[in-house]
Every structure is written in structure tokens, then in C-alpha cells.
Design a protein around this ligand. Structure first.
Ligand SMILES: [Mg+2]
Length: 163
């Protein structure tokens, strides 16, 4: 029932995703969420951790693109430093943003992973796009009532998954 919400892989954070993971799973392309996945939603440019992760991807020949539901000013500023392809206002859980980014970097479904922090936007969109999905814990939770509700619902879905 919840299959579309189950990530294929779960990591505590991007720090735990190493080159081995990409190699073993034959992953050559990465679609990356920014907010709360790579950096806090409050952080405008990549910090040390995010840079280390993105450099690791580049070093291993993995092409990446940022696909964010956030707006152009935020997403373009973040991507600029890496000269990276990005899609802002990506409309996840819909797949059009992911598909557009995949096309731009020449990615195919079989060799592409989505990495994000949210079940109902990132994982669901990735699943519907037919690509591999990785979920990480959000870096910093937004303190809004709706966000709290979403997290609780995610917990229910993921609890089912872990059984
Ligand atoms: Mg996010």
C-alpha cells in the first residue's frame, strides 16, 4: 500500500553515502534535493560537508543536478558554485522537474539515483520517475505545524517499511 513511499535505501545523512554505494549499485547520475538534504534550508551556499559530498561525486564521474521545489534565487545561487545543472520550482512530488534535469545531464532511469529528505515529495517523485531512491534524515526540521504533521505521517509510513 505504501510502496511508492518506501525509499530503496536509507542513510543517516549524506556523510554516510560513499563512493562504494554508487559503484556497487551502478549509479552514474544523481538528482539531488538541496534543502535539508545537502544543507539546512537556512544555509545559502554549500558548506564543508556538502562540498565534500559533491566533490566525491565529481571525482567518481557521477553527474549530478539539483532538483528543488525552492525558488530560482535560492537554487541558482547554490548551484552556481559548482556550475551545476539545476531545476528550481521542480514541483515534487510531480516528476516533471526530475525528468527535465535527467534530460539535461543525459541520465537514464536505470543508472540514476534521487537523494532527498522527504517521503511525500522526494521519495514519491523519484519512485514515480522510475529511478533509484535514497532518503536521508532532514538536517534541520522546520518548526511549522504542517511540517510536524508530515513528519508524523512519514514515521507511520516508514515504520511499516521497517517491519
Ligand atoms: Mg528537502
Amino acid at each position: 500500500m505504501f510502496e511508492k513511499f518506501y525509499p530503496d535505501f536509507f542513510f543517516r545523512s549524506i556523510d554516510d553515502i560513499d563512493e562504494e554505494f554508487f559503484l556497487v549499485n551502478g549509479i552514474k547520475f544523481a538528482i539531488l534535493d538541496i534543502d535539508n538534504t545537502l544543507v539546512s534550508y537556512k544555509t545559502t551556499v554549500a558548506d564543508k560537508r556538502a562540498k565534500a559530498f559533491l566533490n566525491m561525486l565529481t571525482k567518481n564521474g557521477i553527474k549530478f543536478a539539483f532538483v528543488s521545489n525552492n525558488h530560482k534565487d535560492r537554487v541558482s545561487l547554490f548551484a552556481k558554485e559548482f556550475n551545476a545543472i539545476f531545476v528550481n520550482d521542480a514541483g515534487k512530488p510531480f516528476t516533471f522537474g526530475i525528468k527535465r534535469a535527467m534530460k539535461k545531464i543525459g541520465a537514464d532511469k536505470k543508472h540514476t539515483v534521487l537523494i532527498g529528505d522527504q517521503v511525500f515529495t522526494d521519495v514519491y517523485a523519484g519512485k514515480n520517475a522510475g529511478i533509484i531512491t535514497v532518503m536521508v534524515n532532514p538536517i534541520e526540521a522546520k518548526e511549522t505545524p504542517f511540517f510536524g504533521l508530515k513528519r508524523r505521517m512519514e514515521k507511520i509510513v516508514l515504520k511499516n517499511y521497517k517491519r
